[in-house]
Design a protein around this ligand. Structure first.
Ligand code: OGA
Ligand code: NI
Length: 356
């Protein structure tokens, strides 16, 4: 169901045309959220902090992965990818100053005057840079309490298009993601019993899109969300979050908090990697609660995707046997991405569409 079915269309259009984003609404001093942000009862009844549970997101120390410790790091990464589908990494080689600079730069972008941001408010990615609120604004039942700066990192566009307030930091971040992404893809390939270069040979790190998310204070956090429950469509996602918190992962029908760990990066498996791993690795539902704190929450996610859209993707033949037949049919990324961009963000409908 889209907004047009619910009679919300004019409100949504007006919000989009204002180009102010959610931060603009908050800055205008409102004390209740506009109706277009109010989510249906089935979403709201499930909100709130995670219950204490036996699950927690593992934190994996990467410092030993170029030494004799590599097999145990591979084992930990593989276990996390098969289980919760999310893990955090520390001793990843990215200097703490770079983490801080990246968050600060994205925050600085969002905290510029509204008219400066409005100049790049758009939903098209031709220039490689866009500021918008809610990617699926026109496809979803309700909007979420978040603004986004989206930048295509690779293939590179014109770097001058990246807002100057964060340009150097974004380029520096991309360098780090490229290096660390390669390391992680090696570990994840080995965790499947494949050669370490496997995922990178399939160009899995060669298309990178960054989203700099800004979750302003929400006056009614029990009526909306920061980011709706969804799975990431790509291969892997590398996420840098500040210390505010609010990200949750679903496991065994329970929400588990991804509690911020200073200096850590969050890694999660996307739908394409679940498919290529023939269901061994899990692309799991995750969401962000609306931010109840006066302090805004900032996160920077980089989605890694294969660059070769014409190639056929399917589960690795090495992982298929008579006991474990291919769980997915073959498809190419053009078809896959077309389906992704025309659906609502919620749920697992994308991956299930390609099931064998
Ligand atoms: C995403 C995502 C989490 C966050 O952008 O796909 O899951 O903490 N982000 O912003
Ligand atoms: Ni996500």
């Amino acid at each position: 169901m889209g907004v047009t079915d619910t009679g919300r269309a004019p409100e949504v259009k007006q919000f989009d045309e204002s180009k102010l984003g959610v931060k603009g609404l908050v800055d205008s001093g409102l004390t209740s959220i506009p109706p277009l942000f109010i989510h249906p009862p089935e979403t709201l009844s499930d909100l709130g902090p995670a219950r204490p549970s036996s699950y927690s997101i593992p934190t994996i120390d990467l410092s030993g992965c170029d030494s004799g410790h590599r097999p145990s790091v591979v084992e930990e990464v593989g276990r996390a990818a098969r289980g919760l589908g999310f893990f955090q990494v520390v001793n990843h080689g990215v200097p703490a100053e770079v983490l801080d600079r990246t968050i600060a730069a994205v925050k600085a972008f969002h905290e510029q005057p509204a008219e400066v941001k409005a100049r790049i408010y758009r939903r098209e990615m031709e220039t490689g840079v866009a500021f918008f609120s809610n990617l699926d604004l026109f496809h979803s039942k309700a909007a979420s309490w978040r603004d986004t700066l989206q930048i295509r990192l690779e293939p590179k566009g014109n770097m001058e298009e990246i807002p100057e307030v964060c340009r150097n930091e974004v380029m520096e971040w991309d360098q780090e993601v490229w290096r660390l992404g390669g390391l992680l893809m090696g570990l994840l390939s080995e965790g499947l019993g494949l050669s370490p270069g496997k995922l990178q040979e399939l160009t899995c790190l060669e298309t990178r899109v960054m989203v700099g998310n800004y979750y302003p204070y929400c006056p009614q956090p029990n009526l909306t969300v920061g980011l709706m429950s969804h799975t990431d469509p790509g291969v892997i996602t590398l996420l840098l979050q500040d210390q505010v918190g609010g990200l949750q992962v679903k496991h065994d029908n329970e929400w588990v908090d991804v509690t911020p760990v200073p200096g850590a990066l969050v890694v999660n498996i996307g739908d394409i990697l679940q498919i290529m791993s023939n269901d061994e690795y899990k692309s799991v539902d995750h969401r962000v609660l609306a931010n109840p704190n006066q302090e805004p929450r900032v996160s920077v996610a980089v989605f890694c995707n294969p660059s070769n859209r014409e190639n056929e993707f399917r589960p690795f033949p090495e992982l298929i046997s008579s006991d474990k037949p291919a769980a997915f049919r073959q498809f190419n990324l053009n078809e896959y991405m077309r389906r992704f961009f025309t659906k609502e963000l919620e749920g697992k409908s994308l991956i299930n569409y390609f099931r064998a």
